[in-house]
Write a protein that binds this ligand. Structure first.
Ligand SMILES: [Zn+2]
Ligand SMILES: [Zn+2]
Length: 78
């Protein structure tokens, strides 16, 4: 088993699912235009900040119910 931490830019750092980031394509990624809430940025692991994009689903879920989203996140990271 490899325990080394691999940073995958295509994986959402919060839900660990593909973030569908298009930063590497010719089209600008939606994440460059969307405003990621400050509170949501704060929960990204430091080593993934500015590297991996948060997926659109997480941003939507966060905007819909911030408290619940942050609670779920805490639960899943335990
Ligand atoms: Zn996500
Ligand atoms: Zn992106």
């Amino acid at each position: 088993m490899c325990t080394e931490k691999i940073i995958d830019e295509m994986i959402c750092p919060l839900c660990k699912k593909p973030n569908l980031c298009r930063a590497k394509s010719s089209e600008p990624c939606w994440c460059n235009t969307i405003q990621v809430p400050m509170a949501l940025r704060e929960v990204i692991p430091t080593d993934l900040k500015m590297k991996a994009c948060i997926c659109q689903k997480c941003i939507e879920a966060f905007n819909a119910n911030q408290k619940e989203f942050l609670n779920d996140l805490k639960m899943s990271s335990l």
